[in-house]
Design a protein. Structure first.
Length: 103
């Protein structure tokens, strides 16, 4: 992450910057039809989801200046701001919760 994004702590959730170890939690989540289709992709039930895929997912999150991992005892998704327009003081916010297993 390029920008300094604060760590936000709630009673049940932590928003923090992504780390390389998040890839292991992302790998455990795997892929789900609903998530793939919500992102505009085509779900292939025979597709493998590898550690390389999980690492790429974490790198995708990290490439945004204003992004945080949603952590509830481990990675479950992310939140990010993109398409930031400083002059208009607006941005697009995306939230991706990729796991239904909340610890």
């Amino acid at each position: 992450m390029n920008a300094i994004v604060p760590i936000l702590t709630g009673s049940r959730v932590l928003l923090r910057g992504p780390t390389s170890t998040d890839a292991f939690d992302r790998l455990k989540i795997g892929i789900q039809r609903e998530i793939i289709e919500c992102y505009g992709g085509t779900f292939d039930p025979n597709a493998d989801f590898t550690l390389n895929d999980a690492e790429a997912a974490i790198r995708f999150i990290a490439k945004f200046n204003y992004s945080s991992v949603i952590d509830v005892g481990g990675f479950i998704g992310h939140i990010r701001f993109h398409d930031i327009n400083v002059n208009d003081r607006r941005a697009v916010m995306a939230i991706g919760i990729e796991s239904d297993q909340f610890t």
